[in-house]
Design a protein around this ligand. Structure first.
Ligand code: MN
Length: 257
């Protein structure tokens, strides 16, 4: 008997109706059996969530192309946890999250529902890939989807170190405009958040975190530089957040009780 096709769990943080999710599913059906379990609304910038203080629902839905899928009122990382905890019966070989509307570069990964859903896959002990398109308006996800599918195939063939995931960011360009793909490190994001204070109808203040979109330091070798120069960026990131280069310094401190 031929070996079973790999089983891919596809999720996102833009929600089950996002065209980026559909594009990712479409690209990955060439690689293996795809199960879609994604949040029922937009959770962008929700970070790494584990919902512990309210029940979670899971509903069967169909994507606009008729494909059966599952949706939850939980966060993206909840969706992945639910899948591994028994909502999805068949063992999962890889988690692929996206295709997100908007880049996840540098420190964005700590806010990103897209990336933290992939992190949840790494916590569950499988390889994981997050895919983001550096645009909120570009409607063509085919370059990002095609690249993600080719990379996912390699991850399945070659494996990844435990606790490692790949963060892909794709510039909103056509295939012939893309400069190539680069392996990068996380760059330095520059946030320009501004607090917007307004009054509600009862005269009480409320606040929005507003301001222009983030920029970043365009240092060569980083994800920020790559995407700014028309390259697809592939950054290996890991759950081990230890500042290894500080360990020896800290060991020299006086830690006596
Ligand atoms: Mn998003």
């Amino acid at each position: 008997m031929a070996s079973q096709k790999p089983h891919l769990l596809v999720t996102n943080d833009d929600g089950i109706t996002s065209p980026g999710l559909l594009a990712l599913k479409d690209a990955l059906v060439e690689v293996g059996h795809v199960t879609v379990l994604a949040p029922n609304h937009n959770w962008s910038a929700s970070g790494h969530v584990k919902t512990m203080h309210k029940p979670l629902r899971v509903d069967e839905v169909t994507l606009v192309d008729g494909t059966p899928a599952l949706t939850t009122d939980g966060a993206p990382s909840d969706a992945v946890a639910l899948a591994f905890l028994g909502i999805v019966e068949r063992p999962i070989d890889i988690v692929v999250s996206g295709i997100n509307r908007g880049a996840n570069l540098g420190h964005d990964v700590t806010y990103s529902g897209t990336v933290t859903a992939a992190m949840e896959g790494a916590i569950a002990g499988v390889p994981a890939v997050a895919v983001s398109l550096n645009s909120h308006t570009h409607e063509d996800f085919s370059v990002a989807g095609g690249f993600a599918a080719r990379l996912v195939r390699q991850v399945l063939d070659r494996g990844l170190l435990e606790g490692v995931l790949l963060n892909i960011n794709v510039p909103p360009l056509s295939a012939d405009q893309i400069a190539g793909a680069l392996v990068t490190r996380m760059g330095l994001r520059i946030y320009r958040d501004e607090l917007v204070r307004r009054l509600d109808p009862r005269g009480r203040p409320y606040y929005w975190i507003g301001g222009p979109p983030p920029t970043g330091v365009e240092e060569e070798g980083t994800d920020i530089w790559a995407v700014a120069h028309g390259y697809i960026s592939v950054t290996p990131i890991q759950l081990d957040l230890t500042a290894h280069n500080v360990l020896s310094t800290l060991q020299g401190w006086n830690l006596a009780l």
